[in-house]
Design a binder for this molecule. Structure first.
Ligand SMILES: [Zn+2]
Length: 225
């Protein structure tokens, strides 16, 4: 199997040109399927995509580049919290659309790691500037509005846009989105994960020591343990 990989947690399958059985090789949530399609375009820069995933959401287990993704209809991309994976189709109209989709799905991954307070603050700020589609069940949900805002914002920066931030409250959202785009938020998440893992190891060690210590306790102390 020919797997293009830039780091051990991110995997990209460039499609049938590699003779990979995508349906078998790429895990998808129930109700979703990956079907084969044309080969990725010659302009596709996989290393750039890998760099973006590593920068924005490096805690993901995998990011897949697939020809076609369907559930009830064809989709350009998807984020699965259960599989800690994102999927982006390379059948998008252009590399720019694909890039936009990648940023969109990455933001869904980011949303899973936000504190409730932060999530609410982003939604409140987004509501003021988001475009409405008259689709309360999907497109107009806060999750989708925020992901679309981030994708637009990220593409603005990709194209050389500059964000001028100031002390004013109205600049909080662009500042935070820049923080996500530049990888600052990702570093915080990794640090949190590292600390939690270390604390878990410590707790396990303490429990093991305690269970050993218990065997040496006098009976009157052992009661109730
Ligand atoms: Zn979305």
């Amino acid at each position: 199997m020919n797997v293009l990989t830039g780091l051990n947690t991110v995997k990209f399958w460039p499609g049938p040109a590699q003779e990979v059985d995508l349906a078998a090789a790429v895990p998808v949530p129930e109700g979703w399927s990956i079907t084969s399609g044309g080969a990725p375009g010659p302009t596709l820069d996989v290393s750039m995509l890998v760099e973006i995933v590593e920068r924005v959401a490096p805690w993901l287990d995998a990011a897949y580049l697939v020809p076609k993704l369907t559930s009830d209809r064809p989709w350009g991309g998807m984020h699965s919290a259960a599989l800690k994976s994102i999927y982006v189709t390379y059948n998008a109209r252009s590399q720019a659309v694909m890039l936009e989709t990648l940023y969109h799905e990455l933001f869904h991954a980011v949303q899973r790691r936000l504190s409730d307070d932060l999530k609410q603050r982003i939604e409140d700020h987004t509501y003021a500037c988001a475009r409405r589609y008259d689709d309360e069940k999907y497109l107009d949900t806060p999750l989708e509005q925020c992901a679309r805002l981030f994708e637009t914002f990220a593409m603005y920066l990709e194209n050389g846009g500059v964000v001028i931030t100031s002390r004013y409250e109205s600049s909080w959202l662009p500042s935070f989105l820049t923080h996500v785009y530049s990888g600052g938020f990702a570093r915080e998440v990794l640090e949190l994960d590292r600390r939690e893992a270390a604390a878990a190891v410590k707790a396990e060690r303490r429990a093991a020591m305690w269970s050993r210590a218990k065997t040496f306790l006098p009976n009157f102390l052992r009661e109730g343990i």
